[in-house]
Design a protein. Structure first.
Length: 336
């Protein structure tokens, strides 16, 4: 990675070869702009980009267009899928997942207009953050598009022998190269030990990025995963990025989204999302039959219905680990 930082380009985009065999920077084939059917979206600036801000605004734009036009499953912004690392044991995690599924199934929340609006507003806020993520540098470096453990080969002494899957490699901002790869998966940020090891490689290679460059790299890590929808923890990632960018308490995020949604532009966007769309499917959890053949409503269905009611009444409602662990504790206390 340190060696990649020594090769500079004057534009952001992917490498192409002309008829004479020379390479040039052309349209950006970054996964953020192409994967998950994003290549079918119209009106997206795909480069090449002369400035870092153009590139990041394009990523925010394609994120918003995805929210408007493409399937969002399984992404639910204010009801992130439970992460196994957030729970004390596997049983607790599985219960949280089942309750998340029951909650999201009522009213088809994932593909609902409300969820799409939340993601669109997130895209607007990502666009607002761009000035805080860019640098004055006008030289760009080659970045691997999808670096993970499956793309890294090592020998018996654990030395890296090669890295594969460079097909969508692009010239990108230096902050993207300096972002520690999510080798432990895309759900959680890299562990401190991994960040230290990754950054030490740049020092060994002769590159000594300053504190501001590392700070931008930290922000870029969250921005890129949000823009690409790499994780099902969209709210958690957004909250962390919001804290890093604005250096403030993020407890007001739900209120910020609500205020945006109530503005004239937000109401117009909601009307656009609703226009011509079929009614939201209500795939409610299956009810149970008792020994006499009578249909009953399980406790889990009742909980999902109550949560749906509360989410509609409370503009600060978030269905995350705190909620699922609290419900688990309450039901255990009641022996239900």
């Amino acid at each position: 990675m340190s060696r990649l930082s020594d090769t500079h380009f004057d534009k952001i985009g992917s490498l192409f070869q002309d008829k004479g065999g020379d390479y040039f920077v052309g349209e950006c084939l970054s996964p953020s702009l192409l994967w998950q059917h994003r290549d079918e979206l119209e009106g997206i600036d795909r480069g090449p980009f002369d400035r870092e801000s153009q590139y990041l605004k394009s990523l925010a734009s394609v994120f918003t267009a995805h929210a408007e036009e493409l399937p969002l499953t399984p992404h639910s912004f204010f009801a992130p899928i439970p992460d196994p690392f957030e729970y004390p044991n596997w049983t607790s995690y599985r219960k949280a997942v089942e309750r998340w599924q029951n909650f999201c199934s009522i009213g088809g929340k994932v593909e609902s207009h409300k969820n799409r609006l939340d993601f669109c507003i997130a895209g607007q806020l990502l666009n607002d953050m761009v000035p805080h993520l860019t640098s004055a540098e006008e030289q760009f470096v080659l970045c691997h598009p999808d670096l993970h453990l499956g793309n890294i080969f090592i020998d018996e002494d654990f030395n890296i022998t090669c890295i594969i899957d460079w097909s969508s490699a692009s010239a990108s901002p230096i902050a993207e190269l300096l972002s520690t790869p999510g080798l432990n998966g895309s759900l959680s940020p890299p562990k401190p030990s991994l960040i230290t090891a990754f950054r030490s490689g740049f020092r060994i290679g002769g590159q000594v990025p300053g504190p501001q460059q590392w700070a931008r790299a930290d922000k870029m890590w969250y921005f890129l995963r949000l823009a690409r929808m790499l994780s099902t923890q969209d709210y958690t990632l957004f909250k962390s990025l919001y804290n890093l960018v604005y250096n403030k308490n993020s407890n007001d995020i739900t209120q910020l989204f609500h205020e945006r949604s109530m503005q004239e532009a937000g109401q117009a966007l909601l009307a656009k999302l609703c226009q011509g769309e079929p009614d939201e499917e209500d795939d409610e959890p299956t009810q149970t039959n008792d020994s006499n053949g009578q249909t009953g409503v399980s406790v889990e269905v009742v909980v999902a219905r109550k949560l749906t009611l509360m989410s509609g009444m409370n503009t600060t409602f978030i269905a995350d680990r705190r909620l699922w662990l609290w419900i688990e504790n309450v039901l255990e206390t009641l022996d239900v």
